[in-house]
Design a protein around this ligand. Structure first.
Ligand code: F6P
Length: 408
């Protein structure tokens, strides 16, 4: 095979760079000459913004630092591929840049929207007799890609959420029974509640856990929520509630839209979701007269590489390697999947799956993993998620903070 290129797309995760490391390592081990990185995903690639990863990763130190670096080292994009009939020049340009740089395979690390890019490009190649291969590497904190057991990036965000909630629950209880305190923690995840569900992992021998978890999969009833908190305040003084940024009321509006503020939309038409926690905290203060505050974990939960899960890091790297091996054995138009082969001990293997049944499909939290009250998680969820947050990779500290690898 000639040269290859790897790109990162969509919202970053704490381990998206470990997949770049995996792609690089497997390609070099197979004797690939140049491993290019596309800067700012396919959008940058259209302007031939590429770099030679040898510049950064040819030593083990580079790889070690990359795996401890948050965000997308190469930069990312939210670029929607046009239909071939509406944007021939986009496709021609991508293949032109590939041919000019002798690139035979393109690896795209991303979520649902990014897998659409892999699908469009591999379909175009097939329809036009092009030899280049296109392989997707799963990534998303939202954990909503279908077919794969879970997505690299989810475990680390879940670990951050569980850890932060343990800390926030302690903080919220600081005045004991002398003051009622309600804390609403807003968690990412758009239409799927996997990350909000991870709040359940805060509960252990030293932490009583959260009092309720609200997922986007379950219609949110504002009045029932206020009644629930009212009832809780009669039983206890400190209350912590996890809510997904994507919770919706019965008429389909996001709770964050009830404030009247309309969020900006991205190229895929996704509304920016933010503010349901503040809205609910203010509502509780005014309706119940309690002290209520909101914390929005926002990008902290996907940027927190200092507390990434080692399991997640290793699987992200493994997925990158599997993608290269798949392309080397002739695969194209596929995404790498993680298949859980055992729970105890936890073990996962990689496989590949046709991109057509993956792109643009979102996988939700199964209803049978939600408690009967509609706002708690079952033991099955914990058995699924707990192994994914296990293990740590200690940062390399410099001047008191973790050191990162940054593009020149
Ligand atoms: O990529 C997933 C995600 O992190 C969602 O959980 C969140 O709603 C969205 O991205 C935010 O995207 P952006 O970085 O475009 O604001």
């Amino acid at each position: 095979m000639g040269n290859i290129v790897v790109g990162q797309s969509g919202g970053p995760t704490a381990v998206i760079n470990s997949s770049v490391a995996g792609v690089y390592e497997a390609a070099k081990a197979a004797g690939v000459n140049k491993v290019y990185g596309m800067v700012f995903g396919i959008q940058g690639f259209l302007e031939e913004k590429i770099l030679d990863l040898d510049e950064y990763l040819s030593t083990q130190d580079g790889i070690e630092l990359l795996m401890r670096t948050p965000s997308a080292f190469l930069g990312s994009c939210r670029f929607k591929m046009p239909k071939p009939e509406d944007g021939t020049q986009v496709y021609e340009r991508i293949f032109e840049v590939m041919e000019k740089n002798d690139i035979d395979a393109l690896f795209y690390i991303g979520g649902n929207d990014s897998m659409d890019t892999v699908k469009m490009l591999s379909d175009y190649a097939a329809a036009h007799g092009k030899k280049q291969r296109f392989v997707g590497v799963p990534k998303t904190v939202d954990n909503d890609l279908p077919v794969t057991d879970h997505c690299p990036g989810f475990g680390s965000a879940a670990k951050y959420i569980a850890t932060s909630l343990k800390e926030l629950i302690r903080d919220n209880a600081v005045y004991g029974d002398y003051r009622t305190a309600v804390l609403i923690v807003e968690i990412m995840g758009r239409h799927a509640g996997w990350l909000a569900a991870a709040a359940a992992l805060a509960k252990d021998e030293t932490c009583e856990g959260v009092d309720a978890i609200y997922l986007p999969e379950i219609v949110f009833d504002v009045d029932a929520f206020v009644d629930k908190v009212d009832a809780l305040t009669k039983e206890k003084k400190t209350i912590v509630i996890a809510v997904s940024e994507g919770i919706k009321v019965a008429d389909g509006r996001f709770v964050c839209e009830l404030t009247g503020a309309g969020g900006a939309k991205d190229a895929f038409g996704h509304t920016q979701l933010s503010g349901c926690g503040v809205f609910l905290a203010q509502l509780l203060s005014s309706k119940l007269g309690v002290k209520a505050r909101a914390v929005e974990l926002s990008t902290l939960q996907r940027a927190a590489t200092h507390i990434a899960s080692l399991t997640d890091i290793e699987e992200a790297r493994m997925a990158g390697k599997a993608a290269v091996n798949a392309a080397l054995s002739g695969e194209t138009g596929v995404m790498v999947t993680l298949n859980r082969v055992s729970d105890n001990p936890y073990k996962c293997e990689t496989a590949v799956h046709d991109i057509h049944s993956i792109a643009n499909v979102e996988r939700n939290v199964p209803f049978n993993w939600v408690g009967e009250d509609g706002c708690s998680m079952t033991e099955e969820f914990e058995a699924y998620a707990r192994p994914l947050i296990m293990g740590e990779l200690v940062p390399i500290y410099e001047n008191g903070t973790p050191k990162h690898l940054v593009r020149k």
